[in-house]
Write a protein that binds this ligand. Structure first.
Ligand SMILES: CC(C)(COP(=O)(O)OP(=O)(O)OC[C@H]1O[C@@H](n2cnc3c(N)ncnc32)[C@H](O)[C@@H]1OP(=O)(O)O)[C@@H](O)C(=O)NCCC(=O)NCCS
Length: 204
């Protein structure tokens, strides 16, 4: 994969994947996730069945990206699906909101009609060129849900690319420093209304 900065600044090729294409390309996509999140090698084997199961959920959509100079090599992946009360993530966020003091009415409202942004990852060699932004905009384009919700690890001063991207695109706090069952790290749950449109800014 090229690490030259210039070619990345060309618009990425975005591909919407069917569930069958997504499952077939898991061996390409999971290493992007592991590298992007700096998880230990081998994490991809645990994740494969879960990602595959997610591809069967209602309202699921996935978008991958490649670079124009190498269209057959994926460098980024994003997917999500329509949130629903029987889902683990929904139940976790519900309990986080309850502990944060939200009223039952506010919780029902927040979790009543949302798209869960489940994964968004750009390979480290390709980060910093707005590929993540392009993927997110495509993934959310034309969604029927009222809002989009996501969770991301807390980092000091919100100082990483994920936080900068989400804040730039108008995501606001829903729950902060939330610890999901089975993961000791604190996460933030962020959300915003749909549609998501951005005025295209000039290149810096
Ligand atoms: C988070 C992530 C998906 C963002 O994707 P990305 O393509 O790297 O980032 P973006 O689309 O936000 O592009 C960001 C870069 O575009 C550039 N950029 C932003 N606004 C710009 C503008 N108006 N004009 C020109 N360039 C701009 C900047 O260089 C910016 O980098 P910076 O945030 O370090 O300053 C990716 O970095 C990643 O996979 N990170 C690791 C995994 C992760 O954290 N995933 C999310 C977990 S919830």
């Amino acid at each position: 994969m090229s690490t030259d900065a210039t070619p990345h600044d060309a618009a990425p090729i975005l591909l919407e994947l069917s569930p069958a294409e997504f499952r077939a390309r898991l061996p390409e996509m999971l290493p992007i996730y592991v590298a992007a999140m700096k998880y230990p090698r081998g994490t991809e084997y645990h994740r494969a069945p879960m990602w595959s199961e997610h591809a069967g959920r209602a309202g699921w959509r996935a978008v991958a990206a490649a670079l124009p100079q190498d269209p057959s090599t994926l460098v980024a992946i994003a997917y999500g699906y329509r949130g629903a009360p029987q889902q683990w993530w929904n139940q976790q966020v519900r309990s986080g909101m309850r502990h944060a003091g939200y009223s039952a009415e506010r919780i029902d409202d927040a979790l009543g009609d949302y798209f869960e942004l489940t994964e968004l990852h750009v390979h480290p060699d390709a980060q910093g060129h707005r590929i993540g932004e392009a993927l997110l905009l495509r993934l959310l384009d034309g969604r029927p849900e009222r809002t989009v919700l996501l969770s991301t690890p807390e980092v000091p001063d919100e100082d990483n690319r994920a936080w900068r991207l989400y804040r730039r695109l108008g995501f606001r706090d829903v729950v902060r420093r939330f610890v999901f069952t089975g993961d000791a790290r604190p996460f933030a749950v962020l959300g915003r209304e749909l549609p998501l449109t951005v005025a295209s800014e000039p290149r810096r």
